[in-house]
Design a protein around this ligand. Structure first.
Ligand SMILES: [Zn+2]
Ligand SMILES: [Zn+2]
Length: 347
């Protein structure tokens, strides 16, 4: 890293990036489209005064962080980049939490993200905002992309993930994330209804339970979606760059603030395996510090340091037992961002 800002590689306005040639704009993915539209529509219920409660608001705000971390910490830094390790039960807990966000199965999420790293801001990038902002933010989710929906993609980008029997089982039961999401809604509703019966009648309890679901699950889901999507869209368009990477990744402090550090995206693209996205002292990466806290209580280990530290340590770790991947494969930490991508990764 140098102290001077770096500009992104130029792309002429007359020559915008094309969406992936493997996408079929006429082939709408209803299994993505319907939940996205339905949950957004249901979130409008927060405007109904009878469905407002302080408990719902607190659950929403707290849930944005807690469930957001299952995506950021669980799907992204743990599974996609293997930038730290954690006990298997805790990893599975993070994954169940991530599916409560309705952001796809673990193998599909990780494969898509590794594909993004391998082809950032090129035509094959599944969600580059250089096509259009809306395409990069959420448009790519609505249409079929042959490249991301074929089994070969899993084997290329998420083979290690599918080595876990739970994740393979989830992949073989594509309705599973939806049932987990609905079970979450039921849990919130039953808990809210039972708790409210302590101070009100059945009608009041039903309204309270509805407020807990509408605010604590539905609105939270929408907000976590847009925070995640902002990392895909805003941080490839707006911000500053510490590193001269080959794509358009930017460090965006607003996204970093709402996404617990994920907005330092240029830092991340410059060193995807590194657990910390905090490359300057003031670029606060809350997720990294939470992982450090987890390490103090035995829930995180093998935290991958910066590339310079890894290079310095390489001599000392050579000859010691190599790190073992979750599926039993022995893998390079530097290659963890994109397992078997045929050398196309920019990691
Ligand atoms: Zn990116
Ligand atoms: Zn990443």
């Amino acid at each position: 890293m140098t102290s001077t800002p770096h500009s992104a590689p130029c792309r002429s306005p007359d020559n915008p990036l094309s969406r992936p040639a493997t996408t079929r704009p006429t082939h709408i993915l209803l299994r993505y489209c319907l939940p996205l539209v339905a949950v957004h529509a249901l979130s409008v219920l927060v405007l109904v005064p009878a469905l407002w409660s302080w408990t719902g608001v607190v659950l929403c705000v707290a849930g944005i962080h807690v469930f957001g971390q299952t995506i950021t910490m669980g799907y992204h830094r743990l599974l996609a980049h293997r930038s730290f390790t954690t006990p298997l039960w805790f990893e599975h807990l993070l994954v169940i939490g991530a599916m409560c966000c309705l952001e796809d199965s673990p193998a599909r999420w990780i494969a898509t993200h590794r594909m993004h790293h391998a082809h950032s801001d090129e035509e094959q990038d599944p969600h580059s905002p250089l096509v259009t902002f809306l395409w990069g933010h959420l448009g790519w989710l609505f249409v079929r992309n042959q490249a991301t929906h074929q089994s070969g993609n899993y084997h290329r980008y998420a083979r290690d993930v599918l080595g876990d029997p739970l994740y393979m089982w989830i992949e073989k039961h594509p309705q599973c994330p939806f049932w987990i999401y609905l079970a979450q809604c039921a849990l919130y509703a039953v808990a809210g209804f039972a708790a409210a019966l302590l101070w009100t009648d059945a009608t009041g309890a039903a309204l309270f339970a509805a407020s807990v679901v509408v605010w604590g699950v539905v609105l939270r889901t929408v907000l976590v979606w847009h925070i995640t999507w902002s990392v895909n869209s805003l941080t490839h368009l707006f911000g500053y760059r510490n590193y001269e990477t080959e794509e358009h990744s930017q460090n965006n402090w607003i996204v970093a603030l709402v996404a617990a550090g994920e907005g330092w995206h240029n830092n991340h693209h410059a060193d995807p395996s590194c657990c910390s996205l905090q490359h300057r002292w003031w670029e606060l990466d809350l997720t990294y510090w939470e992982i450090r806290v987890l390490s103090m209580v035995g829930l995180a280990s093998d935290i991958t340091p910066r590339r310079s530290v890894r290079a310095a340590n390489r001599g000392t770790v050579r000859g010691s037992a190599p790190r073992r991947q979750h599926d039993g494969q022995v893998g390079s930490i530097d290659a963890a961002v994109a397992v078997d991508v045929g050398g196309t990764s920019r990691a």
